[in-house]
Design a binder for this molecule. Structure first.
Ligand SMILES: [Zn+2]
Length: 320
């Protein structure tokens, strides 16, 4: 660790500790989130071309994600599974799961999807926002998390097959990766160790307006708004929660409670889903490094607050 990095982690730790002592909440976290590095990872994904489930592009983006994570010191495990399509056919898909251990076995999960929509009218669909943006933010966050002390363990989830083959996501079409992983985690008892699961999707829109899905846990939504307000970026999150179906939905359906889903589902204009959603306009001109940076910096601050909040809860429990 460099002296500068050590100084930064020291501040983050001090902030977390001060919250445990029951004084005022954590101070503003020093952000080592680098929006330009996140942007470079977004561009690398777009350059691969379309990345729908089962494609050559999918294989290449998975390699890119795995390489970046391993370089950053994370353990990466693929989850291969057969996805059953609505017509009964099965195709192989692969989620990527990356782990970083902290002091506590309790885990904080962060997830996003890496696949892009197969679109007949737009065969070169780039998915700069819908696909690449969430991955870019989580890859940069992975580098940032490795640099600081962690009271909790982290898992990053990169989902395959979020997109439906048909027009819209239904109970049987779309969310293939998250349905497979949520079922596996519930069945293996892993849900019990999850302290929070944060899903991000479509977070690169130049006109950023994050929406919180209405099935998110209220306390996590409040922590998010507080973290954003502390950074003077409260206006980037829409005040009204909206019902949104995304990769968090299978986890909520299977009973995971501490879930927060953040999605800008108003792409290119302030109506849902927006004029750019699932069109050729979802390219580099519609997204910005500034939006990636804003989401990343709020996430870093949010995680400091979340860790302090969980730490305070654990202390209270151990005194009982
Ligand atoms: Zn999509």
């Amino acid at each position: 660790m460099t002296p500068a990095a050590r100084a930064v982690s020291g501040i983050a730790l001090a902030a977390a500790l001060s919250a445990c002592e029951g004084s005022a909440g954590p101070e503003t976290a020093p952000s080592a989130f680098d929006g330009q590095r996140a942007w470079a990872d977004l561009v690398s994904q777009v350059r691969i071309g379309p990345r729908p489930a089962g494609s050559e592009g999918s294989l290449r983006v998975r390699r890119l994600i795995s390489d970046r994570l391993r370089q950053a010191g994370w353990r990466v495990e693929p989850q291969r599974f057969e996805a059953r399509l609505p017509d009964g056919a099965e195709i192989p898909m692969t989620n990527l799961i990356a782990r970083l251990e902290g002091e506590s076995p309790g885990r904080i999960l962060l997830g996003t999807h890496f696949d892009t929509k197969r679109i007949a009218d737009a065969p070169d669909f780039a998915g700069a926002n819908d696909g690449a943006s969430g991955v870019a933010v989580l890859l940069e966050l992975a580098r940032q998390l490795r640099q600081r002390p962690r009271a909790w363990s982290y898992t990053l989830l990169f989902f395959d097959g979020e997109e439906a083959l048909g027009e819209r996501i239904t109970q049987r079409d779309g969310l293939y990766g998250s349905r497979a992983l949520a079922a596996r985690m519930r069945d293996s008892g892993e849900f019990e160790r999850v302290r929070a699961f944060v899903l991000i999707d479509m977070v690169g829109d130049s006109d950023l307006n994050l929406q919180i899905s209405a099935d998110s846990a209220g306390w996590l939504a409040s922590l998010w708004r507080e973290a954003a307000a502390k950074l003077g970026r409260g206006e980037l999150t829409d005040p009204d929660p909206v019902r949104l179906v995304d990769d968090h939905t299978p986890f909520v359906r299977l009973g995971l409670e501490p879930v927060l889903a953040l999605i800008d589902f108003q792409f290119g204009a302030r109506w849902t889903p927006g004029p750019f959603w699932h069109t050729a306009a979802d390219d580099l001109r519609s997204v910005s490094a500034e939006s990636l940076n804003s989401v990343g910096e709020i996430l870093v601050q949010f995680l400091v607050e979340l860790e302090a909040h969980l730490e305070a809860g654990r202390d209270a429990n151990s005194r009982r």
